[in-house]
Ligand binder design. Structure first.
Ligand SMILES: Cc1cc2nc3c(=O)[nH]c(=O)nc-3n(C[C@H](O)[C@H](O)[C@H](O)COP(=O)(O)OP(=O)(O)OC[C@H]3O[C@@H](n4cnc5c(N)ncnc54)[C@H](O)[C@@H]3O)c2cc1C
Length: 502
């Protein structure tokens, strides 16, 4: 063993790898069971907190009415409740969404745990110091003077991802958990009993940290171009990364090296329409605002000047995570989102940031010349055909799936079809931004990592993006954080209980 001057990590019972939401929940839960816990974070402090920190903090949770939301958001006022139609998001609706969006491939055990423990887990987080608020800004439209919530996403963390991670790290430190930054884990240490610690890199040194249990909460491989090309396929190496640059698949490779079972859709990921000129990795100042998610209310055009997807197939929460892939598949991997003056005042906040790739024109003919890379004549023909196909006898209603579609188009638009006919016109250039990868390792219902024979690897637990089996093809918005919290807490509880018996 190295001397204590070489090894500042002590002899913890539990090592949590990562410092995002799943890691923080795991650390807090293990600590609650009485274990001594440290967190090992690859990023320096300024960039710590993983993708969790880049989020808007939207969290999908079962609630049967505002009274359940009050349990998570105690300061939700009576006036706010009276001025809003929160509706409810039942267990059945969550099951339906997980089934439908994953084409019924989601692991039934994992989905059941995610759904049935979502509310209790958020209540637990709130008690630990995380603050929540109602998502008035992004998940509600004002209808007849009342905020009407849509898409099962009524709640978000206060201060978004920054607020979430900040309060979680504060709670962890208050509970006696030390966080070591700039400390990537590089290898799991195997003993005759199972996993007995982790090798980390500190500067140029490699240091072994010994512990009774290790919890992997260190994300997927979305920030690793080589792994993206290998598993997701051609051109994915060229996609922009929406979040942290530190999720390079190290945890997955370490786990596979000790015999963990690969699980879930390794060829799939969550990816969105993301500003064409966004930097290669996420920017904590801009956060998620490079995304462009009002496309259901406009049209999307590729280099051939053609529409290529039903922009209004469903509300944004249920299509945005699979449309990045479709943009990636277009010639030269870009698209323009086009809106007219009837819709532009209703665009989401992210369309009004300074760092936006936008053109504007008073006429469609002028706009066509400004859409860089697009066949202008084909674009004008597409708009003409689209406008003629709009079922304008059906009223436009952005708050619901309004059924205002198109007639006789090869690629229909199913809702919110709106003729692009009133200047000034606006267009926004997007490419594919990858959020996180779906493939991972297999855990059992206690958060223990299983080996390829289906047996738990003693001392090894996992939670968050690194776990495979929940998401395939698509994803209901706001589920990533909830999954990290639910499975983080389970992994922490299990590891904490197991080490107390050793
Ligand atoms: C821009 C953006 C917006 C999003 N918005 C939402 C939203 O509103 N709601 C929602 O539910 N989801 C959202 N997501 C998805 C969400 O971020 C993830 O599903 C969730 O944060 C995953 O949590 P995690 O703890 O598993 O991973 P992360 O938060 O990514 O944490 C992984 C941690 O592991 C560390 N790490 C990686 N490798 C190593 C290593 N070898 N050694 C040590 N540490 C390592 C990383 O530095 C990081 O701290 C968004 C994602 C992005 C990028």
């Amino acid at each position: 063993m190295p001397s204590s001057s070489e090894n500042p990590f002590g002899n913890p019972d539990v090592i949590v790898i990562g410092a995002g939401n799943a890691a923080a929940c795991a650390a807090l839960a293990a600590r609650e069971q009485g274990a001594s816990v440290i967190m090992i974070e690859a990023a320096p402090k300024e960039e710590a907190g993983g993708n969790s920190r880049y989020t808007a903090g939207a969290m999908r949770v079962v609630f049967n009415g505002p009274e359940d939301l009050k349990k998570i958001i105690p300061d939700l006022t009576d006036a706010e409740i009276a001025g809003a139609d929160f509706g409810s998001y039942t267990t059945d609706q969550f099951y339906d969404d997980m089934g439908r969006l994953t084409e019924y491939r989601t692991d039934p055990d994992l989905a059941e745990i995610l759904i049935t423990r979502s509310l209790d887990t958020l209540i637990w987080m709130q008690k630990k110091g995380v603050k929540f608020q109602a998502s008035f800004g992004r998940q509600a439209h004002k209808v007849d003077g009342k905020f009407k919530f849509f898409g099962g996403l009524a709640c978000e963390t206060w201060g978004g991802g920054e607020g979430l991670v900040d309060l979680e790290h504060k709670a962890a430190m208050k509970a006696g958990v030390q966080i070591f930054y700039d400390t990537p884990a590089i290898e799991l240490i195997e003993t005759d009993e199972g996993i007995g610690g982790v090798k980390v890199r500190v500067g140029n040194k490699k240091i072994d940290i010994y512990a009774k249990a290790v919890i992997l909460a260190c994300g997927g491989f979305e920030s690793n171009a080589e792994m993206r090309a290998k598993y997701l396929g051609p051109n994915w190496d060229l996609a922009k990364v929406r979040g942290t640059r530190f999720n390079t698949g190290g945890g997955l490779n370490m786990a596979l090296n000790v015999g963990a079972m690969p699980y879930g859709q390794w060829s799939g990921c969550h990816s969105v329409s993301w500003d064409l000129n966004a930097p290669p990795f996420g920017d904590l100042v801009v956060g998620d605002s490079y995304q462009k998610h009002s496309y259901p209310f406009g049209i999307m055009i590729n280099a051939r000047g053609e529409r290529f997807v039903d922009e209004g197939a469903d509300i944004r929460n249920y299509t945005y995570a699979k449309y990045g892939k479709i943009v990636l598949e277009q010639p030269n991997m870009f698209a323009w989102q086009v809106f007219d003056a009837k819709i532009s005042p209703k665009l989401r906040d992210e369309y009004r940031i300074r760092q936006v790739t936008k053109v504007q024109a008073n006429t469609l003919e002028e706009l066509a010349t400004l859409l860089e890379g697009v066949d202008a004549a084909a674009f004008l023909k597409t708009v003409q055909e689209f406008n003629a196909a709009v079922m304008d006898q059906v009223p436009l209603n952005l708050a619901i799936k309004d059924g205002r579609g198109t007639k006789n188009l090869t690629i229909p638009k199913s809702n919110w079809a709106n003729a692009i006919d009133t200047g000034p016109f606006e267009a926004y250039a997007v490419t594919c931004g990858v959020t996180f990868t779906f493939g991972g390792i297999k855990i059992n219902n206690h958060g223990e990592v299983e080996n390829t024979s289906g047996k738990p690897i003693p001392g090894l637990y996992a939670a968050g993006e690194i776990v495979g089996g929940l998401f395939y093809y698509n994803y209901p918005g706001g589920t990533g954080l909830t999954s990290g919290s639910v499975f983080g807490k389970i992994a922490g509880d299990s590891a904490g209980k197991a080490v107390s018996k050793k």
